[in-house]
Design a protein around this ligand. Structure first.
Ligand SMILES: *Cc1c(COP(=O)(O)O)cnc(C)c1O
Length: 430
């Protein structure tokens, strides 16, 4: 049922379960709905997102309140659809990951305007997915859902498994059967159920939509399907953290990987909220998207000047980004075009080279998704699409230990020798 008025729905005597969130709102037609576990507009089938009554008060005191908060995403609880006492509930407290000043990589790439890496491999299950799951988990708790689930390209399954274990939920997650061992083990070790589906991620996703529509799915919270509006809000915290860590400033350029496109879309939403709240100065910024060549439907549409994204069948080592039919593709195109950014792709060899480049220059071992993003940053500079004199932030969204197979064939010991100085000399290493 659509609601027109949302003000005054909060009972001031209790802390509202969704904090400053006021309603769900359709991204296409703007119709508002009560906060509930739904994800598509009843009027036009458009995707829903969380709309807020944001605390439009004095920015300086809001900034101070955030700075005095916990060193996790919960420092931004006043801007998220979660109750004020969220820190007291069992969860993994993700976020507040390092923003690394990457001078060595900048020098190598010819960037003079400053380069930072937002390193989200430092999250509890070693990918950015802990952020989105933490918000979806609170929604599941409020809606009384008892099974936490997802369709996953790998990292999400691990993040859901861990969050469910900690919070005392049953979990049952679905992945394509042929994922990297590191991702499969991470998804299974927390003790929930893990189901490999014979098919691609897009098949897994279709299966999950069917499950939700069936009586079997009653009481299930699919973090990225029926809880998707809440899930998406978790990505905004990347925008908040980057700006706060830069001293409450928006950088000139952000380079962000694209799977479904949710993360990129919500980082833009987060930046616009910070401007609206007066927490940062309103200034132009450019958002760049990164895909792997073997799964680059959004990049292809961007280059062809299309508004629609034609689905592809993924074939890339960057499996965490291998979504052939990205739900947020059209919104990503809008954002790249509106901000003056671009979307690029790199091939598997360039992904591996970029993983090694980042490791060699900054001591950060990224998973294939990070290789895609750093590889695209390099390509954007080489092709003149990104100004090296501007300040850039690039995201590393996952940990290289989960995708060892990508680099193992070309990375190993310099030599294997007998334990003698002679042998060391003979190997030419003295
Ligand atoms: C899921 C994921 C992304 C991006 O996902 P979106 O669906 O575009 O939000 C990026 N990097 C890694 C490592 C991921 O697991």
């Amino acid at each position: 049922m659509a609601v027109q008025t949302i003000a005054g729905t909060h009972d001031s005597t209790t802390t509202p379960p969704f904090g400053p969130a006021a309603a769900l709102s359709c991204r296409e037609c703007g119709t508002r709905f009560p906060l509930s576990p739904v994800f598509a507009c009843e009027e036009c089938f458009g995707p829903l997102e969380v709309a807020y009554d944001l605390p439009l008060g004095d920015p300086e005191s809001l900034r101070k309140r955030i700075e005095a908060g916990p060193t996790s995403i919960w420092r931004y609880a006043p801007l998220l659809p979660v109750p004020a006492d969220v820190t007291e509930k069992p969860n993994l407290h993700p976020g507040w990951t390092k923003l690394v000043k990457a001078d060595n990589l900048a020098r190598e790439l010819g960037i003079t305007g400053g380069l930072h890496i937002k390193d989200d491999s430092g999250n509890p299950t070693h990918s950015f997915k802990d952020r989105v799951v933490a918000i979806a988990l609170e929604a599941a708790r409020t809606f009384g859902l008892t099974t936490l689930s997802c369709s996953s390209t790998g990292n999400l399954a691990g993040a859901v498994g861990a969050a469910a274990a900690r919070a005392g939920f049953r979990s049952c997650v679905f992945i394509p059967h042929d994922l990297e061992q590191g991702k499969v083990v991470m998804a299974a070790v927390y003790g929930g159920e893990l189901v490999g589906i014979e098919g691609s991620y897009d098949d897994v996703n279709r299966f999950c939509s069917e499950l939700i529509g069936d009586p079997i799915g009653e009481g299930w919270g699919f973090v990225n399907v029926n809880l998707r509006p809440y899930y998406g809000e978790g990505s905004k915290t990347l925008a908040y953290e980057i700006c706060e860590q830069l001293g409450w400033r928006i950088p000139d350029n952000l380079v962000i990987p694209i799977a479904s496109g949710s993360q990129l879309t919500k980082i833009d939403k987060g930046l616009r909220e910070l401007i609206k709240l007066g927490l940062v100065e309103d200034r132009p910024y450019k958002i760049y998207g990164a895909q792997a060549e073997g799964c680059s439907p959004v990049s292809a549409a961007f280059k062809a000047g299309h508004d629609v994204v034609r689905p592809v069948k993924p074939d890339t080592i960057a499996k965490s980004l291998a979504i052939g039919n990205p739900a947020d593709g059209p919104y990503v195109l809008d954002i790249a075009r509106r901000t003056g950014g671009a979307i690029e792709d790199v091939n598997d060899e360039q992904v591996v080279d970029a993983i090694k480049l980042l490791a060699r220059t900054e001591g950060i071992f990224a998973e294939t998704a990070g290789g895609v993003t750093v590889g695209v940053l390099k390509k954007l500079i080489e092709t003149g699409q990104l100004d090296p004199a501007a300040e850039t932030v690039v995201l590393n969204t996952g940990d290289g230990l989960k995708t060892l197979d990508a680099v193992a064939p070309t990375t190993g010991p310099t030599a294997t020798i007998r334990p003698t100085l002679d042998a060391f000399r003979e190997a030419g290493l003295a």
